[in-house]
Design a protein around this ligand. Sequence first.
Ligand SMILES: Cc1cc2nc3c(=O)[nH]c(=O)nc-3n(C[C@H](O)[C@H](O)[C@H](O)COP(=O)(O)OP(=O)(O)OC[C@H]3O[C@@H](n4cnc5c(N)ncnc54)[C@H](O)[C@@H]3O)c2cc1C
Length: 378
Amino acid sequence: MSEPSGFRAEVRAWLAATQGPEGLHDYGPTPQAGDVPTGRAWQALLAEAGYACLHWPEQWGGRDASVADQAAFAEEAARADVPRQLSIVGPDLVGPVLMAYGSELQKSAYLPSIRTGEHLWCQLFSEPDAGSDLASVRTRARETPEGWVVDGQKVWTSGGVGSDFGILLARTGGSGHAGLSMFVVSMDTPGIEVRPLRQMDGESKFNEVYFTGAVLPLDALIGAEGQGWKVATTTLGRERLSLGANSVEMFRALEHLVAAAESRGRLGASLRASVSELWVRVWLLRTTWERAIAEGAEPGDASFSVLKLMTAETQRAIGDLGIEALGPDALASEQDEPLVQRMLVSHAQTILGGTSEIQRNILAERILGLPREPSPRA
Ligand SMILES: Cc1cc2nc3c(=O)[nH]c(=O)nc-3n(C[C@H](O)[C@H](O)[C@H](O)COP(=O)(O)OP(=O)(O)OC[C@H]3O[C@@H](n4cnc5c(N)ncnc54)[C@H](O)[C@@H]3O)c2cc1C
């Protein structure tokens, strides 16, 4: 591969010369509770060096970076096995929302501490009966003279334990999109209970969050009442920027898989053929991603949905192949736990940030021009 130039070269050199906090590793888009202290220290280093919140305007400490530069940073961070930021939620979801819809008071209260990593945020959108169909959210916020009184339940809240603030989608009016509003929530508000969920991979990144008469200040509303859906859609799509970083990680996983199979004498013709096919798929993915960026695609564009779909399905195929490479050891070997872990986590990739089925719907409707999916509420 040719030597990098421009911003990518600058980032690679900085990453090589910079000593991160002890124990730092690429933990993905959201830290586990145990990763939060190192993640915070890393975010502070990024902020000091001018590599935090690259896409933010200079006014708020960002660099107004192009999608290509943001993607190059994500990929170089993955190469160096460090996270590209403390967590995806504050810098990528909340920051742009506050800049677009927040009051001046909200911007100055929250943006600086997101950039430096002082405050960690979580996303309180999904509910037991509102995931893909987010407009079915039932958690209710009632306006009273004392503030907004919130009752309801959220689920799948990544990083809920350890978060200082959350961005909450709640119902303030009637059914459907128009009845939704967005709020800033201080997670230590009385009446909020965070309950960790234990996942099948042994981690506990997810949480249930219960609201029982939690009172939020009246100025916790982001934008206008009933504008929640518009605000929520601003947050969707940005995670697709990590796709290039994912390809670095997928190539690494394939190398690990080959080594594991070889050491067990399991690298037969069938496994070789499957590995080669997946290697080509990852190259195609990376090239398509580079082309989308070169053509000026933005994170919310349908082309990124196609890439999200291709990436998630390829990650899942690599995860499943890892188990074939390990054979019976997959059940017993501590040493190859990362491959087993990968197989388990790869299933989540086809769900988070919009499931594969939803990406296929977007592809069908927005790219192929097929008839729209009937609304579940029609
Ligand atoms: C790793 C991970 C992290 C997450 N982090 C957060 C977080 O921090 N905060 C948060 O709020 N949420 C989070 N989520 C939740 C995530 O947004 C939802 O899981 C996702 O939107 C799907 O919703 P659901 O689980 O309710 O499934 P459902 O929406 O109930 O879907 C169930 C199945 O039906 C399919 N389906 C649904 N609708 C359609 C349709 N119209 N056409 C075809 N098929 C359909 C789906 O594809 C899926 O296979 C996270 C999820 C994961 C896996």
